[in-house]
Design a protein around this ligand. Structure first.
Ligand SMILES: [Zn+2]
Length: 390
């Protein structure tokens, strides 16, 4: 409970003490930050375990963070958001500084709106919602299946239902699209978010997104992606920003997508690491490799499915496995949302469950269509605190 108490203290003292709202600058690292603001580097970095040290590498340019100072300008607390669920909390207690990773407290609301096209989905959604993010999730999800330019007419209706996270009453982080419908030439087209975290159309066929291959064929997943999880033995919050595939030492690792190798070498706790840069700001990372395939080096172009290295246990690793990460513009995302060999068609029990979900969604969509539900603008956009720029 201490954790939440300290956080609450921070929130309530926002208005009495001196809070600086700052933006993490390009090229700043956690270590440089500690030195710049005169915080003890040994206690707050070198004494941390490797997992916590790894977390500090997640700070990204553009993120809003806060420093709380007392009347003598001594730093009392620092909040550094790492992703939309976890943040680093540095605080002073009895003249000593401490490090902890704590959850970001947020609430989630389901929201919906309907509109009629005047120009294009992107233009009209943006006009109605003022949100680049909401427009973006709509167009990104329909991009591969529909041709708006050819088939869309003025007056065609569109409905979106999505989840938005809020912190202290303000929206933050990317919304999650639950269902979207757009009507073109009298035909309704849907996308539904299924319980498996993937999108399907009205025929229970998976909607093709950014397709990647599985990096180790037939391997069992031994650890899933999570932005935060409470470790019951260590009694602290951690993140696992990748997926672990357990496989025998020497098992070939293939490039999950075509792209250019931007690193093939040692990288601290990652051990032998390969990084590949793909189109659209995507990057994949393959860690703990036993060795690299001959000829795989920085600058080399590789094709999807091509062997690049071999499973090992180099770096901080307890046994042979591949630690696989997917990043988009630096931010870690769950690879299982996109890694797949082919698109899926739901069958049997899975299809039945999906159709039930679909029926509920369809009813809501029709309701919003009939009611012409308008987008509800939230309170003013952030002027100060706790909003994670993302
Ligand atoms: Zn891992």
């Amino acid at each position: 409970m201490i954790r939440f108490f300290t956080l609450l203290l921070f929130v309530t003292s926002l208005f009495s003490a001196q809070v600086e709202n700052l933006r993490w600058s390009n090229g700043e690292t956690y270590l440089v930050f500690l030195e710049r603001v005169n915080l003890p580097v040994k206690k707050l970095y070198y004494d941390l375990d490797k997992d916590d040290q790894r977390l500090t590498e997640e700070m990204r340019a553009g993120v809003n963070y806060q420093i709380l100072k007392d009347n003598n300008s001594t730093i009392e607390q620092v909040l550094l958001p790492l992703n939309d669920e976890l943040q680093i909390h540095l605080y002073r207690d009895k003249n000593e500084y401490h490090f902890e990773a704590i959850p970001i407290i947020s609430s989630t609301k389901t929201e919906a709106f309907a509109l009629e096209i005047t120009r294009s989905p992107n233009y009209d959604i943006l006009k109605q919602t003022d949100s680049q993010k909401i427009a973006q999730i709509f167009t990104a999800n329909f991009r591969n299946s529909l041709n708006f330019k050819r088939d869309l007419r003025v007056g065609d209706p569109l409905v979106m239902i999505y989840e938005q996270k809020y912190r202290l009453g303000l929206p933050f982080s990317m919304p999650t699209l639950k269902v979207a419908m757009i009507e073109m030439r009298g035909k309704q087209h849907f996308i539904y978010l299924n319980d498996d975290g993937r999108y399907y159309d009205e025929k229970a066929h998976e909607v093709e997104g950014f397709l990647l291959a599985r990096p180790v064929k037939g391997a069992r997943i031994s650890s899933y992606f999570t932005k935060r999880r409470f470790h019951p033995i260590l009694k602290k919050w951690k993140a696992h920003l990748g997926v672990d595939y357990a496989a025998r030492r020497g098992t070939p690792v293939v490039a999950a997508g075509s792209g250019r190798v931007i690193k093939a070498g040692r990288a601290g706790s990652y051990g032998n690491l390969i990084k590949i840069r793909h189109a659209d700001g995507y990057e994949t990372r393959y860690a703990h490799l036993k060795s690299f395939r001959r000829g795989i080096r920085r600058g080399k172009y590789v094709k999807k499915g091509q062997t690049i290295g071999y499973v090992g246990t180099t770096g901080r690793s307890t046994g042979p496995h591949l630690h696989f990460e997917l990043r988009k513009r630096g931010r870690a995302i769950n690879p299982l949302r996109v890694v797949q060999v082919t698109t899926k068609k739901l069958k049997g029990k899975e299809k039945k469950a999906f159709l039930k979900l679909k029926k509920n969604y369809d009813e809501s969509v029709n309701l919003h269509l009939t009611n012409k539900t308008a987008f509800i603008k939230s309170a003013n956009h952030e002027t100060c605190c706790y909003v994670f720029a993302g």
